[in-house]
Design a protein around this ligand. Sequence first.
Ligand SMILES: Nc1ncnc2c1ncn2[C@@H]1O[C@H](COP(=O)(O)OP(=O)(O)OP(=O)(O)O)[C@@H](O)[C@H]1O
Length: 201
Amino acid sequence: MLTVTDVTARIDDQVLLPPASLEVVEGECVAITGPNGSGKTTLLRIVTGRLAPTEGEALLDGEPVDERSATTRASIAALLGVPAMYPDLTIGDHLALVHATWQLDAADVDADLDRFSIGALRDRFVHELSSGQQQLFSLALTFARPARLIVLDEPEQRLDGHRTGLLAEAVVTAVAEGQAVVMACHDHGLVERAARRRVEL
Ligand SMILES: Nc1ncnc2c1ncn2[C@@H]1O[C@H](COP(=O)(O)OP(=O)(O)OP(=O)(O)O)[C@@H](O)[C@H]1O
């Protein structure tokens, strides 16, 4: 599905990402690990087509990834940084918007929130959530939409042990249903539990 070959990223003389390669197929989770500043986010930006590699190539089903391509956007659900949110929509409204966009059953909004244990917060605005609850909401938005490949940048950030377990369950379920997951991760427990392979930068 995803084939990344010898990609690099540079700005002038600054190396953001030394050569990296990655292969991911349906039904597996690959963890990207490495110290702060090693290039994990940069690699994920290339994988999602948000950043063109300086060298090398990132292909999805043989075609270059490109965030402006409808095919890339339909195939990849990504959580990189904080997604754009609307101050006057509740978190349930946000999920309803995602469901309308992808023509999903609106009745499943509760299930999407419950998966990350935030169903009781459905009528809150985003600014009424704690930072960990905002992360759970961002994860709920990402997992709600259909995708063949889910890309997550440090999805465990700001989560306690129990909620990290919910995240691991969501990844394991996605993989069991045939989706592919690539996640940059500093949590060894999450990597052990959810990833089949690890690529160290
Ligand atoms: N816009 C930029 N201009 C110059 N250098 C950048 C830019 N963005 C990132 N970098 C550098 O590129 C390198 C890789 O950054 P990146 O965010 O990909 O690392 P990371 O592995 O995700 O780190 P962390 O674990 O801290 O999130 C770092 O040395 C960073 O300082």
